[in-house]
Design a protein around this ligand. Sequence first.
Ligand SMILES: [Zn+2]
Length: 201
Amino acid sequence: MWPFGKKKSAAAPTPEPKPADPIPTAADIKRQAVREAISALGLIKAEAEDTIVGFLADEMEIHPRQTLTEYRRGEQLSKDEKKAIGVRSNAFLSRQAFHDLTEAGLECPLKAHETVLLRATFTFQRYQTIQSTKAAGLVGDKVFKGMKYDVLNMHCAICGPMDGKTIPIDEATIFPFPGCTCDTANWGYRADVDFLARWND
Ligand SMILES: [Zn+2]
């Protein structure tokens, strides 16, 4: 069903900065991740980029849902304004959050920010996993086989078939794949380590 050979070559040259240029900082990656999520989902206006970047934490100690519920608790739209966009009067929707929404975002006013933030968070987590694998000194060790995909949404024709595959760390891209239909592109990497390799001399 899924033309793997074709997609693989299409997915490989993802527009990810290559280390020839100045190495992007974690803050650069966060901003790129948010920009990608805003543009791919179309739920939030581009001008809300800074707001979402501010919500993108280094670690997911607080779930984005909680962070954004707080944001939606600010100065509220009136009951009539909420009614006009199909939001029940006891749901939180701040004026500021409302202004961030695009027309598509107005279809899911209570979920739009969360979806964008989750998508950006997963991208940033993939970056962090790759960074920490490099920092652990595994690369070049014979026990290290590469990065293994850990995919949650097996229904996606693009992400699903990647689950469990291991690729060289240099080919591990962090952004959602072209053609992926997942809202949040919830997949990650794990370092694929074969500890037995050390015993097989
Ligand atoms: Zn997908």
